[in-house]
Structures are given as C-alpha cells and as structure tokens.
Design a protein around this ligand. Sequence first.
Ligand SMILES: *Cc1c(COP(=O)(O)O)cnc(C)c1O
Length: 384
Amino acid sequence: MGTASYNSVVVDLDALYDNFRTVCSRLEPGVKVMAVVKADAYGHGLEEAAGAFARAGACCFGVGTAEDGARLRRAGITGDIVPLLGFEPGDAAEVVEHALSPVVFDPTGLAELSRQAVRRGRVAAVHLKLDVGMGRFGVAPEAFAHVLAVIDELPGLHLAGTMAHFPLADMDDEEGVCRQQWRLLSSVAAKLQPAANGRPILHMANSAALLRFPWAHGDLVRPGIALYGYSPLPALLCPSPELRPAMSLRSRVLQVKELPAGHGVSYGQRFVTPGPTRLAVLPVGYADGYPRGVSGRAEVLIGGRRVPLRGTICMNACMADITDLPAVTPGDEVVFLGRQGEQFIGADEIAAWHGTISYEILCRIGTMNHRIYRSHYTKESEQK
Ligand SMILES: *Cc1c(COP(=O)(O)O)cnc(C)c1O
C-alpha cells in the first residue's frame, strides 16, 4: 500500500508492552484492563498489537466488529474479546463460535444470539451499554430495564458487564458532569440482581478517565490511545505518564535539487523560494496517510534536524527545505512521525497542524503504509 518501497511505518512492540504495564501500575489491585484494539489497533495492526498486550498480561480486548474478534481468535488470542460495535443477527453464529462477548445496545439480535448459543450448548456473554450522554451506542436509561429483562429471559445469554462511555473525560471543566454520568451508570447497575455466575462487572473509563478519574475505574478500564503512547489530555490537565509512542513513519530522500530565488514549489506554487534554496523531494504524500491539510505548517526530521516542508503536499510526494543542511543526499532517512536523534515529532503535533487529534493521525498513517514490527523483547517480525 502507498509508496511501499520507500516508506515504512515502524511499530515498536516493546513500547506497546511497556505502555500496558504503565497503565496497569496506575490501577488498584483487582481492576482489570481491556486493551482497546479497534480500528486495526489505532493503525498499529490488530493481531500484532493484541499479541504485545497479551504478552504484557492483557486478558481482555476491545475490538470493533465480530469479524475482528474472529481474527484475534485465529491469531491465538485467548481471554475475553469484546466487539465494541456490537453484532448483527447475521454475526450471532460467529460470536458464539469464537466465544466473543459483544456490547449490546438494543434488543436486536439477542434472540438470534440466544438461539445460536443454545444450539451449541454454550453461554454467550454480553456487555450492556447505557447511554449517559454520548448520544451514540447505548440504551437510554429508561429502556435499560427492558433490555435487561430480555437478556434475563432468553436462555444461553449471560450479562457479563454493564458499561457506559464518557463523552467529556478529556474536557477541562467537566469533572462534575463526569461524576454525575458515572453515578448514573453505578445506580442503574446497583439495581441488578447478582446472577448465579456472579455480579456483572462495571466499566466506563477510557484513557482520559483512567488517567484523571481514579474514582471511575470500576472493575475494568478500557484504554486505547494511552496504550499507543499518547495522552488524550492537555499536559496541564494531567502530567503525562511514562507513555512511549509506538509508531513512526520513516522514508528516504528521493531527489535533492537546488532552486534559484523566485522559483515556485508544488501545485499552485503557493511557496516561492525567497533566495537560492535546496530542496529534498520526499516520496510521502496524502495517499500515504500524511494529510495534505498540514501543507505550510509541517516539519520533518532529516539528519537529526527539524526542517520545514515547502508548498502543497502532493499525492505521493512533498518537498523539504534543506538549504541549511548541505550534507543531505538522496537515500538519507527522513522521519515524518517519530524520533530521529534528539528530535521527535509526535502524532499530537501533526494533529495540531491539521486541526485534529492524535488518534486520526495514527489511524490513517498506520493503515495506509507497509508496517514493520520491532521488538528487543521478542524477535523482529514483519507484515504488509
Ligand atoms: C475507543 C473506545 C475506548 C478507548 O478510548 P481512548 O480514548 O482511546 O482510551 C474505550 N471505550 C470504548 C467504548 C471505545 O469505543
């Protein structure tokens, strides 16, 4: 994918492992962790990332769909796998077959799930989701009792957990509202009768709530972005814990050229050289997940230094100003995301140039490039 022969996303599996341990170190004993690996593990690769978290001790994984859950089972992942997007009736057989524990946010599909479980002599675990203000997946508080009753009455279903999602956990002033939303989930869950096989677990905390609100850890926390090495919070709100970004995007200089003063650069010639200028032409563009919208603001790392990109970013190319770096030659390494020597460009920084969040940068760069996996803890491996 992309300009595969020149560019690589390098994923540091040891960073994923260490981030999982770091997250665990912030929890009271007994609180479990769901490693969220939806969206191809935020672009890091579903099976590889889940494998690293499993080696670090993860025994619960949040995926997108039932199909993603099946992929993890085929990769040998044991433990709980929770499809966060629920399931459709047509997926019910697969859910039971692979012992997935989907999120449920309405009664659709429950009868079919029950039928498939009973037919196989199995019990299908589900997590019932309450909408406490997200306006997304989740049962309205008024409808919660009804869906509970459906789960209760159908044979072969087991309520493994009740959950909700914080819409405001990364917002400066909203701790009071977050507490109310947590109380709403807790009060609804408190009314549940413990079933023969135990009380359903309670979970609500994403990375932001995990880092900020120890009172919201419940029985299980659901970090995503923190496991990939980024804090969802502004540094002021919560000093960043020892998280290590795992993804980098590396490429090479394809051509070096000298332009005279007054020469246009790239489509629209929005950059005109103010004087004699050396440019490095780089084989990375928006088709490689590097957003065109960062044109005019972006920097990359060459020779251990930060240099600005010039002109509009193209489909598979962009130009860096290396006027101050006379030693750069074709073939030299260029880092778009990640570390080179003393310098570092994080997904947060690229996101700020683009008016988005680190999550989106990781997803697009990670899924649009050839990925290479590095680990000193285990052997190196590679995947397309
Ligand atoms: C994506 C997701 C998470 C993880 O969120 P982060 O902000 O990445 O920690 C947690 N819970 C649910 C339901 C999610 O969809």
